[in-house]
Ligand binder design. Structure first.
Ligand code: GLC
Length: 479
């Protein structure tokens, strides 16, 4: 089966969050199963830097018209892990030193969708499945289905749209339909792409795709409710028969504590205790932290954004430090939260370690060194950090929302045989503190602690199961 993924980021070339991991890992797994998989991405400057020493193959050259704008587009091709990557080049839109955050993001990704359409036509690439991810690519099914020529050429192609983050809805003023997409205002006036009186590319993805998925079964249910739907519940209920949740996995080759070259002491569950100790010592030394082994090490590896629960994290951090814990935080994002972390570090310099930025290598070290992983998200479509933590025998402390609920079996005093983390339901400082302190209490009971850590390490968070579910969905569509 020919499958084309369209997304704004994918490893190993560009990543700001879990989207990049998922697009890559799923594609890789599909390729292993013998499927013919391509990923179409923007050719960002960061991608170019990674490919400087590689002869690039030009896959196509064409013009893209966005009403009065005429752009010449070159598309380059590279192969990684059995996946064909097609990189859409446009220096003006994609060479900005970063992936998102510009005033014209709407226009930049509209260009991306328009160029992808043109590319598929130029190459006569009419795959069985076009799998589109999030708002940046959300308009593509609409572009191909409402255009008379494309409609015929893509008659056999089916569209799957995955919502990774419903908080980003691709909102743009009405005029952009014509100005960016060469589409008629009718699509706005008849409601097809209209959402809160603007154009929403996320809504367009939902309306025009054959199947819609999100990244966990619980988030699927949440999105169908007024409380958890972020305004999309009505339209998603309208598409309810074609909407489902498939839990993400993590890359078991990248995250394997037993063969991990990044960490001081690799380990299996039998060596867990001594390895955690050694990995912790190394991390503590590297960041000049006092290695008080009587207290646990709590960590976070995250995008620093309101979604991740920082409002309830900060008060709990001080509590834990005062009780004897150490904390390590790796991430970057919203500056008000970054500043609060800096203040906390100043207050407790030998107990709180901080790395504001992005480092895959350090992330591995942190997962391997820690006892607990803090992730009390306000909402979390899936979340990958909690699964990586489990793989390294680090017990996640989560708020039971979205994929966190689906992937963590919370210890409740009676389920030591099966549990692999801690959790609470209400989004409140009290619950966060209570649960973190409960985890701290368990830390004192080493037999229990190690039992739970082993359970976590043995949890199956691999991609195999989820890939089968995607394949089933694709096959249902093309039969
Ligand atoms: C988004 C979601 C996260 C999910 C990831 C990959 O970043 O916020 O929960 O794990 O996409 O699907």
């Amino acid at each position: 089966m020919k499958i084309v993924m369209v997304a704004s980021e994918a490893r190993p070339f560009c990543k700001t969050g879990g989207l990049a991991d998922v697009v890559y890992s799923l594609s890789k797994e599909l390729a292993v199963l013998g499927e013919d998989v391509s990923i179409i991405l923007p050719f960002y400057d960061s991608v170019r830097r990674q490919l400087v020493n590689e002869p690039l193959k030009k896959a196509a050259s064409f013009n893209t018209h966005m009403s009065w704008r005429k752009q010449t587009v070159d598309v380059y091709q590279v192969k990684r892990d059995g996946i064909n990557y097609f990189l859409i080049e446009n220096r003006q839109y994609f060479e900005r030193g970063h992936i998102y955050g510009d005033f014209d993001d709407g226009e930049r990704f509209a260009f991306f969708a328009m160029a992808v359409k043109e590319f598929l036509l130029t190459k006569s690439l009419y795959p069985s499945i076009i799998h589109v991810h999030d708002w940046q690519a959300g308009m593509l099914p609409c572009l191909l289905k409402t255009d008379a020529i494309c409609h015929k050429k893509f008659a056999k192609t089916k569209f799957v749209f995955t919502i990774h983050n419903p908080a980003f809805q691709g909102m743009m003023p009405k005029f952009t339909l014509g100005d960016f997409y060469n589409l008629s205002d009718d699509l706005f006036d008849n409601g097809s792409v209209r959402f809160n009186d603007q154009v929403s590319t996320l809504k367009a993805g939902i309306v025009y795709s054959d199947k819609i998925t999100t990244v966990s079964p619980t988030h699927h249910l949440e999105l169908l409710t007024p409380e958890g739907g972020m305004g999309l519940d009505t339209i998603l209920r309208y598409r309810e028969w074609d909407f489902c949740g498939i839990l993400n996995g993590i890359d078991y080759l990248e995250f394997n504590p037993n063969s991990d070259q990044q960490i001081a002491m690799p380990y299996t569950e039998d060596k867990l205790v001594s390895a955690k100790k050694a990995n912790r010592e190394t991390l503590m030394r590297q960041f000049n932290l006092k290695n008080n082994s009587k207290g646990p090490l709590f960590s976070l590896v995250t995008r620093i954004t309101w979604q991740k629960g920082f409002d309830i994290i900060f008060p709990a951090i001080e509590d834990l430090v005062n009780r004897g814990a150490s904390i390590f935080m790796l991430g970057s994002g919203e500056s008000q939260y970054e500043q609060r972390w800096e203040e906390l570090r100043k207050k407790y310099p030998d107990r709180i370690g901080l790395y504001i930025g992005h480092s895959d290598a350090l992330a591995h070290k942190v997962y391997a060194a820690s006892d607990f992983f803090i992730m009390p998200s306000l909402f979390e479509p899936c979340g990958l950090g909690q699964m990586i933590a489990q793989r390294y025998g680090t017990l996640p402390i989560v708020r039971r929302t979205g994929g966190l609920k689906d992937s963590v079996i919370c210890y409740n005093g009676n389920n030591a045989e099966t549990s692999n983390g801690f959790g609470f339901d209400a989004y409140s400082v009290e619950e966060m503190k209570r649960t973190a302190n409960y985890a701290y209490d368990v830390y004192q009971d080493k037999k229990l602690l190690h039992r739970l850590m082993k359970n976590a390490m043995l949890t199956d968070n691999s991609w195999q199961k989820s890939t089968q579910e995607y394949l089933k969905l694709y096959n249902q569509l093309i039969k």
